[in-house]
Structure formats: structure tokens, C-alpha cells
Design a protein around this ligand. Structure first.
Ligand SMILES: Cc1cc2nc3c(=O)[nH]c(=O)nc-3n(C[C@H](O)[C@H](O)[C@H](O)COP(=O)(O)O)c2cc1C
Length: 345
């Protein structure tokens, strides 16, 4: 097993067995949606469907970028895809870097083979790999060989800096991302991995020809913490992971920064999305869709049925919240007033 494959399995195991939450709130519970006791619509009228990157989803939810590249990842990815396809949701793959070094891992990412009706599939690679020799041809190969519709570039300087073997040469990356996103023949998106897109980062990227941006703020899975668990207990790395687990931009803020910098392009709210109410608030704060990572993995690790139950409950909660705010669809939910909670409410 290669280093990349071993690391992928360690990440999966740590995310499934340890407490890897950032320890701070994503900030979504600091808001409430304005309740409408006279909504003037029927619950049955609520339409959760959206269009994202030209594809129709039954609800504003993607399974977040997570995995691929090992045997365990293959089982989980195909389960995630089957349920996403059944429910009409989108799905993103985990970093496909392993595919470049180990082509035999392609099957673990090629979920369209088992779930051809998946409405939206997005590939994934660390943007920093553009500084480590990954070419545009490589990126085209990653997308085409799994029949993905688009490609995420993830930004993860905090994770790479804590990971002992991390790729930390970020100098000059913006112009390389610009060239790649301009040249590649499919839509490109940018995301963080749970430390959030700040106002500064969003502004730096506003001119890029990207199709959408994912906030991935602090408040859910902490990759500082995950990397800390991979290190020897009490080592410097382990301590650093714990100390920096809440560093970054909380999700509620990151969504608003992305919305401000990208007023006309889709914003995907993510990082600590755990409930239907989190989804609804993320949307009312400016997201067009949301992505859920670790809770979906945890459910998929149990079974397809557990994942379907988890997602169906979220969808029902979201539908009830639309109804009770008078929003008959997601566009109307975006217009619902969000009120900052006082400490006691
Ligand atoms: C097991 C696991 C693996 C992940 N791997 C990737 C990855 O390869 N690429 C990526 O962009 N994000 C990756 N992420 C980050 C998620 O896409 C997401 O941004 C982050 O976990 C915050 O969302 P959450 O709180 O819902 O988990 C991973 C998350 C998990 C839980």
C-alpha cells in the first residue's frame, strides 16, 4: 500500500473513530429564521429542487468531498453515490491525487459506473499540487476518467502545515489556479477543507473564472485536529493540531464572505452542516447549496439504509422550515429574514 493510500485510510479511520470536531460553533446557531405563522402555502407546495452547474438536484445538498484511493474508500464512495443518486443529490469525490500515481485506484473514484443516474459528480485535487508538477493534462485525465462534471481545487494550507509530510509551497499559486481555471474545458470550483474562506481569500479569488465556491468554514470537521491524531501522542504535531483546531473562519462568516466576493456565482455553504436548520440558515445567509461531509461518511460506514435515513430526515426538516418561513422554494428561502439571536433566545 502506498503512502497516499495509507494516509487516506488513516484519515478515514480517525474521522470515523475520534472526536474530530473543531470545538467551536460554525456560527449558524447564532441566527434564527423569521418564523411565519401564516405562510399562505401548503407544505406539499414546497419544492426543494435547485439547479447547480446546469444540473438539476432534488435539494440543495451535496455529499462533500471526502474519499477514494483505497479499498475501504471504494466501498464508502460507491455507497455515498448510490444514495445520492437515489435521492437526486450531488456528490463530490475526495482528492484524486492517488489516481495519478496509482491508476489502479481509479475504480474507487469511478462512482458513475455503479450510479450512472447521479445528477452531479465533482472531482477533487489539492490546488497546491499545481506547484508540485500536476499538469492540466493530469487534471483533464482525473475528470474524464471518472466522468465527473466539474473539478474542485481544495485550499488547505493549515492542514498541509500541520501534516509532517505536508505540501506547503503555496507561493505563486493564485496565477497557476487562474491559468488552470481559464484553460480547463470543464467547470472548476474552489473550496477549503474546514478552516474557511475569509474575506481576504475570497477577494483574492473574485476575478478567477471559477464556476462556484465552497465556504467550508470552521465549526465541523477540523483537519488540524485530524492531522494531530495521526502524530505521536503528545508530540509537537499532536499539540499543534489541538491548539489550532478552531483556527480559521467560521462557516456563517465564510458563507457571507463568499457571497460578497461572488455575488452572481453559486456559493456552497459547508463546514459543520449537521441539521436541516443548518442548511436553511446557510441558504438564508447567502448559500445556493450546501455540502455535508463527515456525518454522511459516518452514516455510510453503517449502511446505505442509514445514510438514506440520515439524509431523508434532513430533507424533511428543511421542507418543514421552508413551509414555516413561507418559502415555497430555495430561491424564496434565500430571501427569508435571518435574525441574530440574543444569547438567551
Ligand atoms: C474523511 C474526510 C476526508 C476528506 N477529504 C477531503 C479531500 O480529499 N478533499 C477535500 O477538498 N476535502 C476533504 N474533506 C473535507 C470536507 O470536504 C469538508 O470540507 C470538511 O470536512 C468540513 O465539512 P464537515 O464538517 O461536514 O465534515 C474531507 C473530509 C472528511 C470527513
Amino acid at each position: 500500500m502506498s503512502i497516499l493510500q495509507r494516509r487516506k485510510d488513516e484519515h478515514l479511520q480517525i474521522c470515523l473513530e475520534q472526536d474530530v470536531e473543531s470545538g467551536v460553533s460554525p456560527g449558524l446557531s447564532g441566527y434564527r429564521l423569521e418564523y411565519d405563522a401564516l405562510p399562505e402555502i401548503d407544505l406539499d407546495d414546497v419544492d426543494l429542487s435547485i439547479e447547480l452547474l446546469g444540473k438539476k438536484l432534488s435539494a440543495p445538498i451535496l455529499i462533500g468531498s471526502m474519499t477514494g484511493g483505497s479499498e475501504q474508500a471504494e466501498i464508502l464512495n460507491h455507497r455515498l453515490a448510490k444514495v445520492a443518486a437515489k435521492l437526486g443529490l450531488g456528490m463530490a469525490l475526495g482528492s484524486q491525487r492517488a489516481m495519478l500515481k496509482h491508476p489502479e485506484t481509479t475504480a474507487s473514484f469511478a462512482v458513475r459506473k455503479t450510479s450512472p443516474e447521479l445528477p452531479l459528480l465533482i472531482g477533487n485535487i489539492g490546488a497546491v499540487q499545481l506547484n508540485y508538477g500536476v499538469t492540466h493534462d493530469d487534471l483533464r485525465h482525473l475528470v474524464e476518467s471518472v466522468q465527473a462534471d466539474a473539478l474542485y481545487f481544495h485550499l488547505n494550507p493549515l492542514q498541509e502545515a500541520i501534516q509532517p509530510e505536508g505540501d506547503t509551497r503555496f507561493r505563486g499559486l493564485l496565477s497557476k489556479i487562474q491559468l488552470a481555471t481559464k484553460t480547463l474545458p470543464f467547470p472548476c470550483l474552489i473550496k477549503e477543507v474546514g478552516a474557511g474562506i475569509s474575506a481576504k481569500t475570497a477577494q483574492k479569488m473574485a476575478h478567477l473564472p471559477i464556476a462556484a465556491i465552497e465556504a467550508s468554514g470552521v465549526g465541523g470537521t477540523s483537519w488540524a485536529r485530524v492531522e494531530g491524531y495521526r502524530a505521536q501522542p503528545a508530540s509537537n504535531t499532536a499539540q499543534l493540531g489541538e491548539r489550532l483546531r478552531d483556527f480559521g473562519t467560521p462557516t456563517a462568516e465564510a458563507i457571507q464572505h463568499c457571497r460578497n466576493a461572488f455575488p452572481k456565482r453559486p456559493v456552497i455553504g459547508s463546514g459543520g452542516i449537521r441539521t436541516g436548520q443548518d442548511i436553511a440558515i446557510a441558504i438564508a445567509l447567502g448559500s445556493d447549496a450546501t455540502a455535508i461531509a463527515r456525518p454522511a461518511l459516518e452514516a455510510a460506514a453503517i449502511s446505505e439504509a442509514a445514510l438514506e435515513r440520515f439524509l431523508t430526515t434532513l430533507l424533511h426538516e428543511l421542507r418543514v422550515l421552508c413551509f414555516c418561513t413561507g418559502a415555497s422554494n430555495i430561491k424564496e428561502l434565500q430571501q427569508v429574514k435571518v435574525v441574530r439571536r440574543h444569547k438567551s433566545t
